[in-house]
Write a protein that binds this ligand. Structure first.
Ligand code: SF4
Length: 184
């Protein structure tokens, strides 16, 4: 049976797409295998590429604040990953072929962790898991079923940091929905 550590090792050696060429290291994911809550973002940025830890820049700090304030959790109690494990150069959007190449790793992570709630952060992870082309603004506000987990789409923290009106409050609402499902 596969383990998270085994898959992480595969990712460490992965050259399935061209993102392997310029990465410092892949960013597999971090947190507890027993997590009730899993966050899925888009791709590692510069800090993540340097350290190998997901969501540690400004977006990660906002995620930590929301986790604490809305769910009374710290990140060690959940699991955080991205749909592509290697940093796209200059933080460009991941290409479809890169997303397709990397997708099996995320699928295995989800199968092993089996979180009660998945929160997708932003358009890319939301579109991938919901198999839709519709943007986050239209799909958020509802809870979806994903392989036995409740999927709650919300904005990427970077959108809140850009100061878009209402985004932060919408994210808080979505985090509170996750809390209701996890704690009943
Ligand atoms: S992004 Fe994913 S598929 Fe591409 S090289 Fe990195 S681990 Fe492999």
């Amino acid at each position: 049976m596969e383990t998270l550590g085994g898959i992480a090792q595969e990712v460490l050696e992965c050259t399935k797409c061209s993102l392997s060429k310029k990465r410092t290291q892949p960013v597999f994911g971090a947190g507890s295998i027993n997590a009730d809550l899993m966050f899925i973002g888009e791709a590692p940025g510069a800090e993540e590429d340097r350290t190998g830890i997901p969501f540690i820049g400004r977006s990660g700090k906002l995620l930590d604040v929301l986790l604490l304030e809305e769910l009374n959790m710290d990140r060690s109690m959940c699991y955080i990953s991205n749909i592509v494990k290697c940093r796209p150069p200059e933080n460009r959007d991941p290409k479809q072929e890169e997303i397709d190449s990397c997708r099996p790793y995320l699928k295995k992570q989800l199968e092993l962790i089996k979180p009660k709630v998945i929160i997708t952060l932003g358009n890319f992870s939301t579109r991938l898991l919901l198999e839709t082309k519709t943007g986050i603004t239209k799909v958020r506000g509802r809870i979806y079923e994903y392989s036995g987990s409740s999927l709650i789409p919300t904005f990427h923290p970077a959108a809140a940091l850009r100061g878009r009106k209402g985004v932060l409050e919408d994210m808080r609402t979505d985090f509170r929905k996750a809390k209701e499902i996890i704690y009943g």
